[in-house]
Design a protein around this ligand. Structure first.
Ligand SMILES: [Fe+2]
Length: 200
C-alpha cells in the first residue's frame, strides 16, 4: 500500500509532467487499488476533510485517465433512469466507491449528503446545480458546475452541499463517485422544489 507521502510524491510527479514515473505505483486490479489508496487517504487525513477531498480528487483524476477498467465492471446504461452500482465499500463503512451510468437528460432529485463526496466524470457532460436553503425553508438556485470527461468535483456535508445532478441531453455520461460513508447511506435529505424535505 502506498503511504500518504508516496501518494503526494506521485501526484507531484504527475503534476510536473512525469506520469510515466508515477505509474510504478499502479496495481493491476484498479478497484482494489482505488480502495487501498482511499483507505490510506482517509486514515491519514482524519479530521481534515479539505485535504482529504483534495487528495482523493487528484487520485481520481489520475485513475480516470484510463477508463477501460470501468467497462469491465459490467452493467449497461438504463434507458429510463440513471443507474448506480457499488464497486467497493470499506468494511468499517468509512467510505464507498460507486459508478453512475447516466442516460442523456437524466436528473437526480434535489438532495444533500451525509458525508464528503468526490466525483469524477469519465465521459459525457454532467451538471451539478447547487441550491441554497433559506431560513424560511425554501430553496433558491445557486451556481452550476459543469463536469465534463476528466473533470472532478468534491463537496463536504454541512457546507451547503444541496444539489441536483443532471446529464446533458446530447449524450449519456459515466461517473465515478467516492463517498465518506456507506453507499446506502449517502443521501441525507431529498427536497421538493419548494424546499420541503421528502422521505429519503
Ligand atoms: Fe449528490
Amino acid at each position: 500500500m502506498a503511504s500518504i507521502v508516496e501518494l503526494e510524491e506521485r501526484q507531484a510527479l504527475i503534476a510536473a509532467g512525469h506520469p510515466d514515473r508515477a505509474m510504478g505505483f499502479r496495481k493491476s486490479d484498479i478497484v482494489s487499488d482505488i480502495a487501498r489508496t482511499v483507505a490510506e487517504i482517509v486514515r491519514s487525513c482524519a479530521g481534515d476533510e479539505v485535504r482529504l477531498c483534495a487528495i482523493v480528487e487528484r487520485e481520481l483524476a489520475h485513475t480516470l485517465k484510463d477508463s477501460s477498467w470501468i467497462w469491465r465492471e459490467g452493467g449497461e446504461t438504463a434507458s429510463t433512469s440513471y443507474r448506480r452500482d457499488l464497486l467497493y465499500e470499506a468494511a468499517d463503512g468509512s467510505f464507498s466507491v460507486g459508478r453512475f451510468l447516466w442516460p442523456a437528460g437524466q436528473t437526480t432529485s434535489i438532495h444533500d449528503h451525509r458525508a464528503w463526496c468526490v466525483m469524477g466524470c469519465v465521459c459525457g457532460t454532467l451538471e451539478s446545480q447547487s441550491y441554497l436553503r433559506l431560513t424560511d425553508g425554501t430553496l433558491t438556485a445557486g451556481s452550476v458546475d459543469v463536469i465534463a470527461g476528466g473533470d472532478h468535483l468534491s463537496s463536504r456535508a454541512g457546507t451547503g452541499d444541496i444539489h441536483r445532478m443532471l446529464a446533458r441531453k446530447a449524450s449519456c455520461a459515466v461517473s465515478i463517485h467516492v463517498y465518506g460513508c456507506k453507499f446506502s447511506d449517502v443521501i441525507a435529505n431529498r427536497y421538493a422544489e419548494t424546499g420541503e424535505i421528502l422521505s429519503v
